[in-house]
Design a protein around this ligand. Structure first.
Ligand code: NOJ
Length: 467
């Protein structure tokens, strides 16, 4: 099948109000880690530690977005992508995390936002995409309950400076991933380990999510306020009672632990007994403090996991069977290519009464991309996105309130502990010379978005002919 011209998808199937975009995060693209008064973040420090990042990669330059933002936004415009999700770097705005404000940081984001608006691109901002100011880590970071207060100060600052132009906000990005990897396993910044670090971070981040939502609502009553969660379709490896129970615990950990308290349901202790430990950190009023009535929930889904019971894994008693062992197709991250996850996840989360609206704030894939004659024919990524969109539209047609889809990511970028090897972009980046090449997936996305009657202009027709 000619996937470029015959995907079986049309933008119209998703409706006129459906939000289309791409997502990024400050640390993964900006670089300029100490420019113009920026303070260090936990990721600046973590990437400098030996053996933490594959290939000893760091993000001191990354995609150089701090300097190239106008040309990258121009590319976004060329791709006809109407919404751009990015995050503020907390330590660029507040170098010590709290207190003194860095005016150069405020100026930078003002310029970025103004340029986007001038180009007709709507900003979608994440307040926290994992890059805690290092100065706060020295005081315990997310394992210190005071972090909730530091975070609300930062949220107030952002609302105050940017809220006149930014209408769409996300409070926290994927809490389960950064607390699990950064505070339990120690494989992400800040490299803490163990149940006590994890428990505190989990609880304080959850409280900060509710608190951040309330700050934004108070200061920006008309804003569209959300927060994002990673989600994974979970299946047991067999029908055995043990595997089914193990799959339930993993599902609880990965899909329910962080969202349920936000929805006012408390922690799902009954299905994951280790969560009882959290009562140590609870204070009166926390159940109410964690809850917030978000306008939308951002879901970020990439894959499915198949789970087997295991005595050797503490707390969850389960292990994940990697895609390679299951002999199914997988991406550069080792994640199974399983588009049906999109459908299952949408059905699952839409069953929560408290969710008003879902936006897929991330979906995408890393595949080995090669430049041949100046072009990147990333057919696997193009197909991955199309297949996911088919699943999304299937759920939408069954009544799921899903109103947006953002590809991860605009450009290849710094993939945390994996360094630069996994490439997720619609646009290829040659990191040596900071050159960009729009990949086939980017061209396809542009054509797909251009089908809309408002955009069907000469330009897009000329482009199709040109290719
Ligand atoms: C989730 C995270 O939000 C983002 O930072 C990461 O790069 C992508 N998924 C891909 O792993």
């Amino acid at each position: 099948m000619d996937i470029l011209h015959n995907s079986g998808l049309s933008r119209a199937q998703f409706g006129d109000d459906f939000e289309w975009g791409v997502s990024t995060a400050a640390f993964q693209i900006e670089g300029s880690h100490d420019a113009d008064g920026k303070g260090l973040s936990i990721w600046d420090v973590f990437t400098a530690r030996k053996g933490k990042i594959k290939g000893a990669h760091h993000a001191r330059t990354a995609c150089d977005f701090y300097n190239t933002y106008t040309t990258d936004i121009d590319l976004l415009r060329e791709l006809k992508i109407p919404n751009f999700r990015f995050s503020f770097s907390w330590s660029r705005l507040l170098p010590n995390g709290t207190g003194v404000v860095n005016q150069a940081g405020i100026d930078y984001y003002n310029k970025l936002i103004d340029y986007m608006l001038q180009c007709g691109i709507e900003p979608w901002v994440t307040l926290y995409h994992w890059d805690l100011p290092h100065a706060l880590e020295l005081k315990g970071g997310w394992t210190n309950r005071d972090c909730i207060t530091w975070f609300t100060e930062y949220a107030e600052l952002c609302a105050h400076h940017f809220g006149d132009r930014v209408k769409n906000w996300m409070v926290i990005n994927e809490p389960s991933v950064f607390t699990g990897a950064g505070y339990f396993l120690g494989i992400h910044a800040p490299g803490r380990r163990g149940l006590s670090n994890y428990g505190k971070a989990l609880h304080y981040v959850t409280l900060a999510t509710g608190a951040g939502g309330r700050v934004l609502r108070r200061l920006l009553p008309d804003a569209n306020i959300g927060t994002t969660f990673s989600c994974t379709h979970i299946e047991p490896a067999s029908n055995s009672v043990r595997d089914v129970a193990a799959a339930k615990r993993v599902d609880t950990l990965l899909n329910r632990t962080f969202i349920e308290p936000i929805l006012g349901l408390g922690y799902p202790v009954a299905d994951l007994p280790v969560l009882k430990n959290l009562s140590k950190y609870m204070q009166p009023g926390d159940i109410e403090g964690m809850a917030f009535d978000f306008d939308f929930i951002g879901l970020q889904c990439y894959t499915r996991e198949v789970v087997k019971a295991s005595f050797f894994t503490p707390y969850v008693g389960a292990k994940l069977i990697p895609a390679i062992k299951r002999k199914v197709p997988f991406t550069e991250m080792g994640w199974e290519v399983y588009p049906e996850t999109m459908y299952h996840i949408l059905k699952k989360f839409s069953a929560y009464k408290g969710i008003k609206k879902i936006i897929i704030t991330e979906n995408g894939a890393a595949f080995p991309d090669t430049v041949v004659n100046g072009a990147v024919n990333d057919v696997h990524r193009t197909k991955y996105i199309q297949d996911n969109l088919h699943q999304l539209v299937k759920a939408k047609n069954e009544g799921v309130k899903v109103d947006g889809y953002f590809v991860w990511s605009l450009t290849d970028n710094f993939e945390w502990a994996e360094g630069y090897h996994p490439r997720f972009g619609l646009i290829y980046v040659d990191f040596e010379i900071q050159k960009r090449i729009i990949k086939q997936s980017g061209h396809w996305f542009r054509d797909f978005l251009s089908e809309n009657k408002d955009n069907k202009n000469e330009d897009s027709l000329r482009y199709t002919g040109h290719r």
